[in-house]
Design a protein around this ligand. Sequence first.
Ligand code: FMN
Length: 301
Amino acid sequence: MTIYFAPMEGITDGILRQAHNRIFGGVDVYCLPFHKLTESLSLLTREKRDIAPEENEGLNVLPQALTRDPGQLSAWLYYVSECGYSRADFNLGCPSPTVTKRGRGSGLLRDPDTLRSFLDRLFADTLPVSLSVKTRIGYESADEWPELLDLLAGYPFAHVTIHVRTTREQYTGGIHPEAFDLAVQRGIPHPVYNGDLRTPEDVRELLTRCPAAEAVMIGRGLLADPALARRIRGGAEASKEELKTWYMTLYEGWRDRFHETLALGRIKKLMEWPAGDEIRRKRLLRRAKDIESCIDAMIGD
Ligand SMILES: Cc1cc2nc3c(=O)[nH]c(=O)nc-3n(C[C@H](O)[C@H](O)[C@H](O)COP(=O)(O)O)c2cc1C
């Protein structure tokens, strides 16, 4: 099974990707958070740093872009190729209203005709790298999925990652795993399942229901348990020592790159995922004034 670490803007930067790979492993591909493309084609400093080969040394990464303009995407694919990568991903999944109202991300799903002409124009030329897509299963309703699926199946995507929610459903509430099964039945090439995989049992359940599933993408599950990919492969749970190293490495990396206060804020935000509903840990975390107290709050007894 191929395991992708989901892109999470503001969280899964190069520091986190490198630390995760070194300490826990188990992930095949680390997805880069999206580059928001603009008319001028200039990227933000943080976007350029994120895709730089030195930031991703030793990792298998998948850069991603968000745009509603096929010309911009095509130009960006040449840039990705110049950076030394051979594949990239197109974001059709972002549900943020500021993105969708401009017809970007999953906003493009609202209008299949516009999406079709976007893809027709994009694939009219040979692309310099192979292209995959990350999509949701509809904008308003899962009833849109069969038509969207047929549309996407008409283009030579290297793989199709399916977050089994609609745009309206954002990131919480019920999921529609049957939408993934439908993609498998219709023979979409290399479907990747995404949505709410939190434990090795969740992955086993997916494989029982859908034995043809060959790849999964995991986001929040890996933030809550950074050893999850390793455990899915039958490996060990995260030890206290590993977790300490994980938090310390992230804190020091972010402190050296940004600032102490920002690094502490970022680590506290990340720790909210493993803290889950544990009120005592959350309270200790809120009160923590330094990284040592944060780590104590998380892995102390
Ligand atoms: C804070 C945050 C940032 C995200 N940023 C991106 C992104 O840049 N590109 C993308 O395709 N998806 C992004 N996502 C969606 C995740 O990649 C993933 O599809 C989603 O979290 C569902 O998977 P999960 O249930 O395993 O977390 C983001 C999600 C979160 C919570």
